[in-house]
Design a protein around this ligand. Sequence first.
Ligand code: 5GP
Ligand code: MN
Ligand code: MN
Length: 313
Amino acid sequence: MNMIDKFIKKLESYNSFLIITHENPDGDALGSSVALKRTLELIGKEVDLYAQTPIPVNLEDLIKESDITSLDDLKTGYDVCLCLDCSSEDYLFGGNLKNLCGDMIVIDHHVTNSRYGDINMVSEKASATGELIFMISSAILGTIPKYIASLLYVAISTDTGSFSYSNTTPATHIIGAKLLKCGVEQGKLSEMVKLKDITSLFVRKKSLESIYAFKENQILVMVLDDENINGETDTEGLIDAIRYIKGCKVAALVKRIDDESFKVSLRSGGSEVDVSNIAHHYGGGGHKKAAGFTFKGSKNEILTIIKDIDLEV
Ligand code: 5GP
Ligand code: MN
Ligand code: MN
């Protein structure tokens, strides 16, 4: 029996599941989680998903708050906890809930994954956790229904920038093609994932007002430090305004989340700098070209750290 068959057999041996994912869940985190929940429900399993709400506006047509179980409605015990799209235990939303569960299984695709589960299905080659869930859903169901295929399509297109980033492999395109054959309405979903609410215009304006440049514009930093902005403010995509400036090797978005801390997002633009190493060093994680961490300290301290990032590769 190959590894994936063994894994599926193990998965099918459980009856009740709790699915959790990372903080500030994105299209891969939520798309993969709901797709796996619905897959397991189709074979008669009991599955609760616990995740951070509100659902981002661009996903609310596909994923409902009713897909997510509130803290009060969680059961007292689950056979297993499935941790999706999260490289470290401390970045899980609801990581403490593992006490409610027998086993812990990690399903992820980050290079920095610390293998914190009893079983770890981690593949750095996968562009998105959605690719791994595609394999699981296909193995369990044979044919994937359109609504599950749509969730997986959103998961994969979120993490690959609509099948365009360097993490997009031949396998990613093959899976994309298979999902289209399941009836996925690609045009509709691609428009949907781009949606933002009106307040995003204010945040975008603010983000462009505070940009710092270091090392002859090779490091560009966007700082969001405004009383109207907090950890929950949607800042997805804002960093693109600096990461695609010619000559920029590392782009950083620094967002204040409370009096003492900032969330830092890093992207390596036109360079081979491995930002996952930097994020990991400061207690976070991610991928070679996209990573993040939470920083406790002052704005000046975080700016100093970013300005001194080593650009040699
Ligand atoms: P973003 O900058 O879009 O929030 O995150 C980029 C990548 O880094 C994502 O894959 C995300 O899961 C990961 N990441 C961001 N912040 C953290 C963090 O604090 N801890 C860990 N382990 N991963 C993070
Ligand atoms: Mn994610
Ligand atoms: Mn992902």
